[in-house]
Design a protein around this ligand. Structure first.
Ligand code: KIV
Ligand code: ZN
Length: 516
């Protein structure tokens, strides 16, 4: 197996996505997680672009232990000086210089001739080489550059000491066969082309960034530049998690591997999404909400018998919390029974039949059936309530110093009591979660929140999905309400109820049907 170097540019190219910019402190948190994930190279930013950016690159260079740090610079002295200084204290580093090479960039953006640009590339690689041995050079817009000039430029920078040649598909225009062929051609035609390493850098305008990166690897690239969640300019860059999992899943066919700790993928994805305020599409491979969820009854039945019937990857391998069964109008009895068992409820065949028909009628009448709706149906045939805790009342108020106070009344169906709790937080979510936690018989950690609207009108319901961790296990609850804070409270309580039921199940305590 050939080892592929994973070069992460989430904090440089990824951060160029509109609205995704990070504070230095946030960059440091992401860089720390990238190290945990096991990326080989981190490009932490563009040091010349601002004092804050310089400081972030400098701090990350000092902090990172294992990964190589990459200082990014245009082929301009001031940029190189800044990148050299910012990465000075890195344990291992490279400099990454770029200049445009395509005719359209030369004519309209740089307004320079090929000779002028070639000379700049030569001079600046030679200049940078005095400070750092590992020099990566990118002819920007390489995939739209004529072969002759591209080879000439690559040859010139190799002569001056470049050690890694990155050939970017800057505007996401290439097709896989073309992109792969460009690497084959440069490696073959350029003098010294066999002495350097090659890197792929693909943008996703045609949805081909991962396919193009794999094509480059097939044609000799050993480094791949990627971003977490595929964030980046326009439609983004090659997605780290998609590329890494393509290699992990089909490594036997590709003959390659990476050093990524795949179990850190989900955590990294959520962190980047939160920090960059960048939501992840539901159907995004690997990390999207639906990536391992199944609604069709046929698929659910197969999965419950053997996961591999409809899943090519085990979500646990990427640290993705398992919630494979989603109940909707396409779901079957098997899935319904399974979902109930997650709440510790046991139904007979007749009881299951009753709930199943009521559930189907409800699913036909509305698009979204929440666990709360489902449990209300099950409560009709079960001895007692399936979920131990229920939200009876919720009130939020504001203090003079703009904090939020949540007062909740929680019914404990086991103790047959209703108790009020209150908590203060900087915002309403913190306050309400803190108040509900007080009712729980065990320590439950709030791990994640996703919020979205279920319609485009102002009367929209909010859907909240909350992930919690209890005794090392992850549980996910969903709540729907016109009031988004109430949706969060319901979702949190639903996840807590599952955690409590799982603990009870371990102690052999199961809710059984009345007539069982
Ligand atoms: O897309 C691109 O061309 C780049 C380079 C500057 C490497 O990000
Ligand atoms: Zn780019």
């Amino acid at each position: 197996m050939k080892r592929i170097t994973i070069f992460d540019t989430t904090l440089r190219d990824g951060e160029q996505a509109p609205g995704a910019s990070l504070y230095p402190q946030e960059k440091i948190l992401v860089a720390r997680q990238l190290e945990r994930l096991g990326v080989d190279v981190i490009e932490p930013g563009f040091p010349i672009s601002s004092p804050g950016e310089f400081a972030a690159v400098q701090q990350i260079s000092r902090m990172v232990q294992r990964a190589e740090v990459c200082g990014f610079a245009r082929a301009i002295r001031e940029d190189i000086d800044s990148a050299v200084r910012a990465t000075q204290d890195a344990a291992r580093r490279r400099l990454h210089l770029f200049i445009s090479s395509s005719q359209i960039h030369l004519d309209f953006q740089l307004r320079k001739t090929q000779r002028e640009v070639l000379q700049m590339a030569r001079d600046m690689v030679a200049y940078a080489k005095q400070f750092v041995d590992r020099i990566e050079f990118s002819p920007m817009d390489a995939s739209r550059t004529g072969d002759e000039f591209l080879c000439e430029m690559v040859e010139a920078v190799i002569e001056e000491g470049a050690t890694i040649i990155n050939l970017p598909d800057t505007v996401g225009y290439s097709l896989p066969a073309e992109y792969g062929a460009m690497f084959a051609k440069v490696r073959k035609l350029v003098r010294g082309g066999d002495k350097v390493e090659y890197s792929a850098h693909c943008h996703n305008d045609l949805g081909l960034a991962v396919a193009n990166s794999l094509a480059a690897i097939e044609n000799g690239a050993t480094h791949v530049e990627v971003t977490v969640n595929g964030v980046g300019e326009r439609t983004g860059n090659c997605s780290l998690e998609e590329l890494v999992m393509a290699i992990a899943t089909r490594g036997d066919a590709l003959g390659i591997e990476t050093g990524i700790r795949t179990e850190e993928i989900y955590e990294t994805s959520r962190l980047v999404s939160r920090m960059m305020n960048f939501p992840i599409a539901f159907n995004k491979p690997i990390v999207g909400r639906n990536a391992f969820q199944h609604e069709s009854g046929i698929h659910q039945d197969g999965l419950l018998k053997n996961r591999k019937t409809y899943e090519i990857m085990d979500p646990a391998k990427m640290g993705v919390p398992r919630s494979m069964i989603v109940l909707g109008k396409h779901s079957g009895r098997h899935a319904l029974k399974h979902r109930m068992s997650q709440y510790g409820a046991k139904l007979s065949d007749a009881g299951l039949d009753t709930v199943y028909h009521q559930f189907k009628a409800l699913a036909d009448a509305r698009k979204h059936v929440s666990d709360e709706d489902l449990l209300a149906l099950v409560d009709g045939v079960i001895d007692g309530n399936v979920s131990r805790f229920a939200l009876v009342d919720l009130d939020i108020s504001k203090t003079a110093d703009s904090k939020r106070v949540a007062r909740v009344a929680i019914r404990d169906n086991e103790a047959d009591t209703v108790t009020s709790y209150s908590e203060t937080g900087d915002g309403p979510v913190e306050a309400v979660v803190g108040a509900i936690k007080q009712a729980m018989p065990m320590s439950i950690t709030f791990a994640d929140l996703e919020l979205h609207s279920l319609s485009s009108t102002e009367r929209a319901n909010g859907e909240a999905a909350v992930t919690v961790v209890c005794e090392g296990e992850t549980y996910r609850g969903v709540g729907i309400d016109e009031d988004v804070i109430e949706a969060v409270a319901k979702a949190f309580l639903s996840a807590c109820n599952q955690a409590v039921a799982a603990q009870n199940a371990q102690n052999g305590d199961t809710k059984a049907e009345k007539d069982a």
